[in-house]
Design a protein around this ligand. Structure first.
Ligand code: AKG
Length: 309
């Protein structure tokens, strides 16, 4: 059998038409292409090996110098890579059910919602909390003032989310003027987790653990989260990497949640919206659903929440 090169040479000798020559030249090039691909793959392979070697060398040096160091640093990319395979049946829902608090007992909640992966809003579950009349910028400022070192501890051990502001820390938030705090200067939206047990104790005088949750595990810390701010976008779309499923009570204002299924399920499941009114509690696995929030016109949005087992 003639090789492509031989055919090409023969056609050239026979004064074949330009288009035939071009066609055969293309075929000939195509026949050679895998060799070039292998060449570029080996160049890529060599570069990748060099990179891996550099990382291993760097990590080995770090590990030898520090017995507590991890071989691979934990970061957003590693956390995304380590996500378990998603069961999309958990993510395909038409809407988020809204169930009146009186109809959700602990056993009903455990059976239907706690571990289903499906979000739920328990309406009116926080309606009688005194937090509804007391929580606000001034309240939090006074509580942190009352407990020595609570701001420093929370700032070093816990997290502050500056979402929609130029405020960078809890102390900056607590120290802002009353005018700004009451949203008369600009609109802001922030969130933080509290790490001070003294502050937690005072805050818990104004709310209780939702009645429908499974009993608290003595071992678990159940860190408290607070999110507050004015009309407009709240948290940007993200997924959490916390340990458990979250509950969040809306103690002031009205806020909508956009829940987006994990990207593996985007072809089969759709995003859903749910609005949480003052006195409602939303339960959502924020490690599974991408979520973003939006505060409606009206009162400032203030929400408090935690995780549960
Ligand atoms: O309440 C919010 O605005 C955001 C809540 C949130 O992002 C979370 O709980 O992870």
């Amino acid at each position: 059998m003639q090789s492509l090169e031989q055919k090409l040479r023969k056609l050239r000798d026979e004064n074949a038409s330009i288009s035939e020559q071009v066609f055969l030249k293309e075929l000939s090039d195509a026949a050679n292409r895998p060799k070039r691909r292998w060449a570029s793959i080996s160049a890529f392979g060599a570069a990748a090996l060099a990179l891996i070697a550099a990382i291993v060398f760097y990590e080995a040096e770090t590990l030898l110098g520090n017995e507590n160091a991890c071989a691979i640093e934990n970061n957003v990319v590693m956390m995304q890579l380590a996500q378990p395979i998603v069961d999309c049946s958990r993510a395909c829902i038409d809407s988020v059910p809204r169930v009146p608090a009186a109809r959700v007992s602990r056993s009903e909640f455990a059976r239907k919602y706690a571990y289903s992966g499906h979000p739920v809003v328990v309406t009116g579950a926080a309606r009688n909390w005194s937090a509804l009349a007391n929580f606000g910028h001034q309240f939090f400022r006074d509580v942190y003032r009352r407990v020595p070192n609570s701001v420093e501890l929370t700032e070093t051990e816990c997290q502050f989310f500056e979402y929609n502001t130029d405020m960078e820390s809890l102390s900056e938030f607590l120290g802002m003027t009353e005018k700004r705090a009451s949203l008369k200067e600009d609109s802001w939206y922030i969130g933080w987790s509290n790490c001070d047990s003294g502050v937690d104790e005072i805050m818990r005088e104004y709310y209780e653990r939702p009645h429908f949750l499974p009993p608290a595990d003595e071992e678990s810390s159940e860190l408290t989260w607070i999110f507050m701010g004015g009309t407009g976008p709240g948290a940007f779309l993200h997924m959490d990497h916390v340990d458990k499923v979250s509950w969040q009570a809306q103690v002031s204002g009205t806020k909508s949640w956009l829940l987006v299924p994990p990207f593996e399920c985007e072809d089969v499941c759709k995003s859903v919206n749910v609005t949480v009114e003052t006195g409602d509690i939303i339960v959502v696995d924020t490690n599974f659903w991408y979520h973003a929030t939006y505060v409606h016109h009206g009162n400032m949005s203030i929400a408090i929440g935690s995780e549960f087992d």
